[in-house]
Design a protein around this ligand. Structure first.
Ligand code: PLP
Length: 367
């Protein structure tokens, strides 16, 4: 699914120099590189404050806590996402309230949000899945009408836009993940919160160091969750390439879109006209998905199912009382999706090889 060797090869001299600098300064926790990266990412996204932390999961946990959401509260979110979206709500003692997705974009369906709002609802947590920004204009309208907070889980969407405005910049807090498979990946774990609100930024900064300020005085029980100086130094080098990488991913998507258009059994990703995707994943909706997956794998092509089991049906959330059939779009989608390699370094020959594998699988079947 990724070729990290190809990604890092041209960057290694710069990354080595950046890491050498960290090793000569020995400021491994909260070195100046962290603040520099925060400022650079804030500028890139057009958001005032950025707060680095230890992972995308922690960024969400910190965001929920910073907004004062806890026991007795509900947060509306999507069931079709990575586990951390909902676990961050749960870990703060609040309850995720799952709302079904749009079958075309795979994102939270804005038409279904209002019906899920209760007196306990405190926030909406949309996810810009696979790199496509949600319809944030509609979601913000609903949030304002009902006085709800908005946390954008932008772990997969750094640099994506809706009507020209960056994801992460619509809600109260946006979060990023620097997990190595994300479009901006570190050499390990890392994450970030973004906000335009100075008070929230100060609170997030405090929460990531055990809620302490001044040192050894604790107003809240926070986390120990900082972005390592080493990771910040690596990410700083990589951020300069992010826009070009996103462009290359879009070009790869255009290549697949054009060729796969003739194959009726594999629906290519739908991107809303208002959205510019960064294609963290290129995800097909396919007939006979599991057999296709096996066929592609037999040709040594990386592919994956994101996500095979929607979150409302996970054992750990059983007490929420959801059952099969409650969120039919997410459930059906989880049975049909297949993500194929889209990373920027894909060669023409590799893309053709992937396409050929899919075409060969469906060849002879009714088109
Ligand atoms: C990757 C991811 C996260 C969690 O990020 P980590 O850095 O792995 O903790 C959260 N939400 C979504 C949608 C993700 O894809």
């Amino acid at each position: 699914m990724l070729d990290l060797q190809a990604q890092y090869e041209p960057l290694l001299p710069k990354i080595r120099a950046a890491l050498d600098k960290v090793m000569s300064e020995h400021n491994y926790i909260m070195g100046h590189q962290v603040k520099e990266l925060e400022e650079k990412i804030a500028a890139y996204l057009g958001i005032r404050y950025a707060i680095g932390c230890a992972s995308g999961t922690d960024a969400l946990v910190l965001a929920v806590q910073a907004l004062g959401i806890g026991p007795g509260d509900e947060v509306i979110t999507t069931p079709f996402t990575f586990f951390a979206t909902a676990s961050s709500i749960w870990r703060n003692g609040a309850k995720p309230r799952f709302v079904d997705i749009d079958p075309r974009t795979f994102n939270l369906d804005p038409n279904k949000i209002e019906a899920a709002i209760t007196p306990r609802t405190r926030a909406i947590m949309p996810v810009h899945l696979f790199g496509q920004c949600c319809d944030m204009e509609r979601i913000m309208k609903i949030a304002r009408k009902h006085h709800l907070k908005v946390i954008e889980d932008n772990a997969q969407g750094i640099g994506s836009t809706w009507n020209g405005k960056m994801s992460c910049s619509f809600g109260d807090i946006g979060t990023l993940s620097f997990f190595p498979s994300k479009n901006l990946g570190a050499m390990g774990d890392g994450g970030m919160c973004l906000t335009d609100d100075a008070d929230l930024a100060a609170k997030l900064r405090q929460l990531r160091v055990h809620g302490e300020n001044p040192k050894y005085y604790h107003k809240w029980v926070g986390l120990n969750s900082r972005l390592d100086t080493m990771q910040a130094a690596v990410l700083d080098v990589k951020l300069d390439h992010l826009a070009a990488w996103s462009e290359a991913r879009r070009a790869n998507a255009a290549y697949y879109n054009e060729r796969l258009a003739a194959i009726k059994q594999a629906r290519t990703p739908y991107i809303a006209p208002e959205a510019v995707s960064i294609y963290n994943q290129y995800t097909l909706v396919c007939e006979d998905r599991d057999a296709l997956l096996e066929h592609i794998r037999s040709r040594d092509i990386g592919c994956a199912v994101y996500y095979p089991k929607p979150l409302h049906l996970q054992d750990c959330f059983a007490e929420l009382g959801y059952k099969e059939g409650d969120l039919p779009v997410a459930e059906e989608t989880s049975r049909k999706v297949l993500s194929i390699p889209i990373y920027p370094e894909l060669t023409e020959a590799q893309k053709l090889y992937v396409f050929d594998a899919i075409r060969d699988f469906y060849r002879g079947k009714d088109q």
